[in-house]
Ligand binder design. Structure first.
Ligand SMILES: [Zn+2]
Ligand SMILES: [Zn+2]
Length: 422
């Protein structure tokens, strides 16, 4: 039995479609060909932490596997998805699986890579200062390190810490969900595939749908959320573009998990936040959510700040009221994505308390008394919002109030009744 919450999640988080039917057929063929030589994955020891408990602890690594990732764990992934090498890594809040091969470091990308290597070297002294090539273990170590950094950033945005999330739902006090991981019981998971030939059967094995692009899924029974990411297209083969794309997807996972995934959060806020998180990592990176999952999208303008200004000047920016009605990611065209991002950035920069309250308001209270006040119509908050959204202050105040109400119900206006929290 599935609750309505999960069904809504399903319909938004994955869908079938015909846009890439031909590609689908090619993929099926590629999958057959690539899986034909049933070669067992080699078991290798990580050359960086060497599976040494002291080094692993220093690098925040809980395990290099086997780990309980995906529906049936890492051993099932190795057994059912033959590839050259699967690398697994578990940290305090995330689990990773990857069959990425080695990658060359682009000359232009050297400063970023070297800065990351320096951070990792604090824990793992044999990590080189400079590298022309990253092996699969080093790549995943860097991803895992950045994943925990992202988790910390996200907690800072919501102004929460691990201590705010008890392992079980509390009878007393504010509702903070059902578990230690932002309100979910289990860790967040990312499976990165070097080809769609492993992504498609993997994601199909639990979602029932063969989606060509990145898929997010909520394992209701495990109380955990996962993203399966194919890194086959040329840009996503480079870690410079792959990590921000993963971060976009993780932002969706984190935000849906916040205080337990009982409802879909409002689309514009969920999407705007994911863009903001992604663009903090690389302002030129852009992921959009569409019919076939989420994909790196190069169709939009490279400079979203400029694009947002132009939309406002041309009067084409969608009002908050319009955005509040969106119920599917596919309803957001590129302009709406840009506007959602700019509204979230605006909240982050000028109304950090408001931003903190917004997701918190989903349950009617932020968790600390006194932080969930509604903005006064026409008050200072409304005036700042009005300035940014080109509305008069009273209308901005009404919009903020309406937003607060919508969020405290956990969905946008116009949505039907929701299933009770399990
Ligand atoms: Zn290692
Ligand atoms: Zn998104």
């Amino acid at each position: 039995m599935q609750s309505r919450g999960q069904l809504r999640g399903r319909s938004r988080w994955r869908s079938t479609g015909t846009r890439r039917t031909f590609l689908g057929a090619c993929l099926a063929l590629a999958a057959l060909l690539s899986l034909a030589p049933q070669k067992a994955a080699a078991v290798e020891v990580c050359p960086w932490c060497k599976n040494d408990p002291a080094l692993m602890a220093a690098a925040g690594v809980v395990s290099h596997g086997p780990i309980p990732i995906g529906p049936k764990g890492s051993e099932e992934i190795v057994r059912t998805l033959p590839t050259t090498l699967w690398v697994f890594l578990e940290t305090a809040h995330l689990r990773w699986a990857s069959n990425l091969g080695p990658c060359a470091v682009d000359l232009k990308d050297k400063p970023r890579v070297e800065a990351e290597l320096a951070r990792l070297r604090l824990a793992l002294p044999t990590v080189p200062e400079k590298a022309k090539k990253l092996d699969p273990f080093l790549r995943l170590h860097l991803f895992a390190m950045r994943g925990e950094e992202l988790y910390a950033r996200f907690q800072k945005l919501l102004q929460v810490t691990d201590a705010d999330f008890p392992a079980e739902r509390q009878a007393q006090g504010p509702y903070m969900g059902n578990g230690r991981f932002l309100g979910e019981k289990d860790k967040f998971e990312v499976v990165i595939h070097n080809v769609r030939a492993t992504h498609v059967p993997f994601s199909q094995s639990f979602s029932g749908a063969g989606v060509t692009d990145s898929l997010r899924w909520h394992f209701k029974e495990h109380h955990k959320l996962i993203a399966s990411v194919p890194a086959e297209d040329p840009d996503l083969r480079q870690d410079r573009w792959l990590f921000p794309h993963v971060a976009h997807n993780l932002s969706h996972l984190f935000f849906c998990a916040y205080k337990h995934f009982n409802y879909d959060p409002p689309i514009w806020l969920d999407e705007g936040l994911a863009h903001a998180v992604e663009k903090e990592i690389d302002p030129e990176s852009n992921t959009t959510d569409g019919e076939e999952g989420s994909l790196r999208d190069t169709s939009g303008p490279p400079d979203w700040k400029k694009a947002a200004r132009q939309l406002v000047l041309s009067g084409k920016d969608r009002s908050l009221a319009d955005l509040l009605h969106a119920k599917e990611f596919a309803e957001l065209d590129m302009d709406a994505n840009i506007v959602a991002w700019s509204k979230v950035r605006f909240l982050m920069e000028t109304e950090p308390d408001k931003f903190r309250e917004v997701p918190g308001a989903r349950e009617g209270a932020i968790g600390r008394p006194g932080r969930a006040q509604r903005p006064e119509p026409g008050g200072p908050a409304a005036q700042r919002v009005a300035g940014a959204l080109r509305l008069d202050a009273r209308r901005a105040g009404r919009l903020l109030a309406r937003l607060g109400q919508a969020l405290s119900r956990g969905h946008g206006p116009g949505a039907g009744p929701l299933a009770p929290a399990p």
